[in-house]
Design a protein around this ligand. Structure first.
Ligand code: HEM
Length: 170
């Protein structure tokens, strides 16, 4: 086993665990707590954004995907079709597909919705009473998108972890 492969595996598993843990935590624990806390919850979201939560998670996800692709290249002797027909290859490919779907949802849907939510929160704080119902309506729609799509990304990641964890024993 080459040192580079061992390094890729170390990076892959460490960043993958962080990615999945962060997404599950925000979707199922932090998100609902923030919403229940109302305006104080919005302050917590602003602090998370300030600390570059989103960029850190996407950075970890990118490292997971890149190191995973490198390992697939090494395992399959340069993406040979025969490897993808093995049980191990099929298990890893299933996990890869689920992880890539989660990545795409995270970057193209969750990210814009999160920043929209924060912008709307800022508008709400300065809005006149007459403008508030319209902003509130947009906030409800954005929140629903965040919950639905964020939840779907979390489920895809659970599929990815499960497939990665058992692929070797299929
Ligand atoms: C595009 C996304 C991904 C790709 C291409 C990918 C690829 C791979 C490959 C090729 C291996 C086998 C390495 C070997 O031969 O030892 C592997 C193992 C593993 N992956 Fe992924 N992976 C991805 C996403 C994830 C995610 C999101 C997690 C979450 C934690 C994860 C966790 C693991 C674990 C724990 C192993 C070790 C399995 C074992 O040793 O039996 N992977 N991955």
């Amino acid at each position: 086993m080459s040192a580079l492969f061992i390094l890729a595996r170390l990076i892959h598993i460490s960043t993958g665990v962080f990615w999945v843990g962060a997404v599950l935590f925000i979707n199922f624990l932090l998100g609902p707590s923030v919403m229940a806390a109302g305006p104080d919850g919005a302050k917590v979201m602003q602090q998370l954004v300030k600390r570059r939560y989103y960029e850190i998670v996407v950075g970890a996800a990118t490292l997971t995907v890149a190191s995973g692709l490198y390992m697939i290249g090494a395992d399959s002797s340069g993406f040979e079709a025969a490897w993808f027909a093995t049980r191990f290859g099929q298990g890893i490919s299933t996990g890869m597909l689920a992880a890539v779907l989660a990545y795409i949802l995270g970057v193209f849907v969750v990210r814009p919705a999160l920043y929209r939510m924060i912008a709307l929160g800022g508008q709400m704080a300065q809005a006149s009473p007459g403008d508030r119902p319209a902003i509130e309506q947009q906030m409800v729609a954005t929140r629903t998108r965040l919950i639905t799509v964020g939840g779907a990304a979390a489920v895809f990641l659970l599929v990815a972890v499960s497939a990665m964890a058992v692929a070797r024993y299929l």
